[in-house]
Design a protein around this ligand. Structure first.
Ligand SMILES: Nc1ncnc2c1ncn2[C@@H]1O[C@H](COP(=O)(O)OP(=O)(O)O)[C@@H](O)[C@H]1O
Ligand SMILES: [Mg+2]
Length: 388
């Protein structure tokens, strides 16, 4: 015996019905054109807590928070789905017992074979756990940044104290000389020294305060030369006199799109590592240049600014090299290193859609390069190829 087309259709439909019914991780149900619940599956019951007989025929706004209802969100979603064929939403929804869950919602129109819209399919997932995990990760990143900042500030203030001491020596010495001077021209020069020293001090405190106040995760347009200069001011005399810091910037550097405070933290971390790698005398060189990448490093394509910090320190052993970006990995003694510097650098590069690469020769030195995406409005559009 051969079953007729319509019998087959009924069989498929009931099998499909069975499938939808048994799904428990997704609430899958249908709405009529006004938003009344027409069908209900096991997932809907599990996620929202209502049995089918408690919701069928009711309006789906019953799942929204009172605030969302007052704002007209259910109607707005329905209208949007009907006029465009579908709508998505993410937000709080309410269970039968009044508790809230964070829902990922898709609403799609269902059409009869003749094209007429007969209802809406609604799929809801409870992604509260995923949202909480993401929030926790953000929170941990912020904490990591905060603790790194305190560590860096600790390193900086020692150098700052020296700088301030020098400035005060200039100010006090010049003021004394000026008081005893009978030569108006000399007095004038001494007063200029005082003013100059005072201004340098105030510039330093400003840099320190803006670094200390910065909250993590604010993307924006950053001018690399300005940031490097303010980092240099911040460093003051933190580096020992036997270590020279050289800055080489290419002309016409593109602006980058990153979090300025985090980038400054990255530069400080790399410079502190370079300093720690140098025994006695050495050179740290900070360079920046524009580059157009075609897949290397790490699959990056397009325009980037590369900032590299190289040192003439002891280099990194090939056994250690694969581990340096791991959180808490350090080869330094207790109290000298936390092993968090390079994981901040790595996390920053990833978050900024950039990359970090390292090359090192034991006994000779290390070069760390950070690639940062350009702020696109700051460059000319790509010249057209071909033609003419
Ligand atoms: N410029 C460098 N030269 C040599 N070794 C380095 C350099 N930068 C990082 N390292 C190695 O990587 C390890 C991890 O660095 P980091 O994450 O900044 O932690 P920490 O500086 O607290 O040890 C360091 O302990 C060191 O062994
Ligand atoms: Mg470090």
């Amino acid at each position: 015996m051969v079953s007729s087309d319509s019998e087959l259709h009924v069989m498929h439909a009931s099998r499909f019905e069975q499938l939808v019914q048994t799904v428990v991780d997704y609430a899958i149900y249908m709405l009529d054109l006004e938003g009344h619940v027409v069908s209900w599956n096991a997932g809907a019951q599990r996620i929202k807590g209502y049995r089918a007989d408690e919701v069928i025929g009711k309006h789906f706004s019953m799942f929204f928070t009172p605030q969302d209802c007052a704002d007209g969100k259910p109607d707005w979603l329905l209208e949007r789905a009907l006029s465009t064929g579908g709508a998505q939403d993410e937000g709080w929804r309410m269970r039968k017992d009044g508790t809230l869950f964070w829902a990922l919602v898709a609403l799609d129109v269902i059409r009869a074979p003749d094209g007429e819209v007969v209802g809406l399919a609604k799929i809801t997932r409870d992604i509260t756990d995923r949202r909480e995990a993401a929030l926790q990760l953000d929170e941990m990143r912020a904490q990591l940044f905060q603790s790194q900042k305190l560590e860096a500030l600790g390193q900086l203030t020692g150098g700052m104290a020296h700088d301030f001491n020098n400035l005060l020596t200039i100010i006090i010495g010049s003021a004394r000389l000026a008081l005893n001077s009978r030569d108006p021209q000399r007095t004038q020069r001494l007063l200029e020294h005082i003013l100059d020293a005072g201004e340098r001090g105030s510039q330093m405190t400003q840099q320190l305060l803006s670094f200390a106040r910065h909250k993590a995760l604010k993307f924006g347009r950053v001018k690399v030369p300005e940031l490097i200069e303010s980092t240099r001011v911040l460093l003051g005399q933190t580096l020992p006199a036997s270590v020279e810091l050289q800055v080489l910037l290419a002309d016409n550097l593109w602006d980058v799109e990153v979090d300025a405070g985090q980038l400054q933290m990255v530069l400080l971390n790399l410079i502190f590592n370079a300093r720690d790698a140098i025994d006695g005398e050495g050179l740290i060189s900070m360079q920046a240049q524009n580059c157009t990448l075609t897949g290397r490093p790490e699959g990056l394509v397009g325009r980037f600014v590369c900032i590299s910090i190289s040192d003439t320190g002891r280099g990194i052993d090939s056994k250690v090299l694969p581990r340096i970006f791991e959180p808490f990995f350090t080869t330094k003694s207790f109290g000298k290193g936390t092993g968090l510097g390079l994981s901040q650098v790595y996390g920053f590069a990833k978050q900024s859609n950039g990359a970090v690469s390292v090359s090192s020769e034991p006994g000779k030195g290390t070069c760390m390069s950070v690639y940062l995406p350009v702020y696109t409005a700051s460059i000319d559009p790509v010249p057209e190829h071909g033609g003419a």
